[in-house]
Ligand binder design. Sequence first.
Ligand code: PMP
Length: 430
Amino acid sequence: APAPAGVHAALHDRHRAVMPDWLALYYDQPMELTHGEGRHVWDGEGRRYLDFFGGILTTMTAHALPEVTKAVSEQAGRLLHSSTLYLNRPMIELAERITALSGIPDARVFFTTSGTEANDAALLLATAYRRSNQVLAMRNSYHGRSFSTVGVTGNRAWSPTSLSALQTLYVHGAVRDAGPLAELDDTAFIAACVADLRDMLNQSARGVAALIAEPVQGVGGFTAPPDGLYAAFREVLNEQGILWISDEVQTGWGRTGDHFWGWQAHAAAGAPDMLTFAKGIGNGMSIGGVVARAEIMNCLDGNSISTFGGSPITMAAGNANLAYLLEHDLQGNARRVGGLLIERLRAIAAGLDGVTDVRGRGLMIGVELTDARAASRALEAAREGGLLVGRGGLDGSVLRIAPPMTLTVAEAEEGAAVLEDALLRTAGRR
Ligand code: PMP
């Protein structure tokens, strides 16, 4: 990679001098973001970009959404002090909204400040409730960077080496990368995954606490299992009372268009025992959380608190953001605009060399290229064209598209055109 230059170079040097080497950065010349508005962000050199990735990286609705800015500044002037030792109106209000929306009966919510911490809390609950520290996770999964969540992260590229407090068994289900599985149709694939699950359970002498899974793998490259998979898994899990934790950190709040939660694509499975959320709900303010049935949530003995989980200012942002999302039917917008965008990208891909798959639902779209180098070149070329996208996948070969959910048709068209140009320049015409 060429050495960074320009105004970002000095900043990059300072970053590297004081921050961990393993803190990943995008781009050969890493970019400073300075402000945002709507679906656009600006960098330290004053360049404007259409943001096709910020929707997953916390901006659920829009950058600088006036309703959220107002709620945050009003709360900042009123009270910033935070502790769950006191009653807090914005927190109770957001908890009421989220438990009602969760689909989980007799639901309780515990707020955290990140997705990692939300999954950590879910694993704490599951292991306490089931009195076992053995859990199941999906191959190629990503659930966070803490001591416990690294232990359920199957994607080795994103799990810094560590011994884990948990004993994890990894099952097939999300990706068909593994040789023979690649050839199977949906029904046969599900049967093979169920057989794998049973195999893993047979290896467990003392009983498994829970399965933790992303309905659509995010960091894993926006890969989704066939819709019947979790219903088939649930039958097996229910035989032993094993809990199902749905990690909705990327899939929640209607982003997938057809459903408010990712698990609802597997409706026959019923609601999960727990779901976790984070990222976009605060539109940039740090909110995460776990929703669970009361019986599970209340299984812990003793007292606990959270200093910043449920802080009035993040909760104020969450309430304003969620109200905006519901009032403006952004799930419907994700379905409509996302549907058009997927169609458009498929048409573009058909005329290009090197695009092996365009997949996704709503405003969660993956464009798979032949390899990681092609994806790097396309990411850089899109940036030059004024478009930010993300990347992911087992080997980094997938471009991830997840714009703020207020994306307009015109912006979808504009972004698709930039991406087409970027792919033409880096991969060529078919
Ligand atoms: N779960 C999933 C599915 C995620 O994508 C992420 C973040 N990429 C996390 C958990 C961890 O969230 P955080 O970065 O807020 O700790």
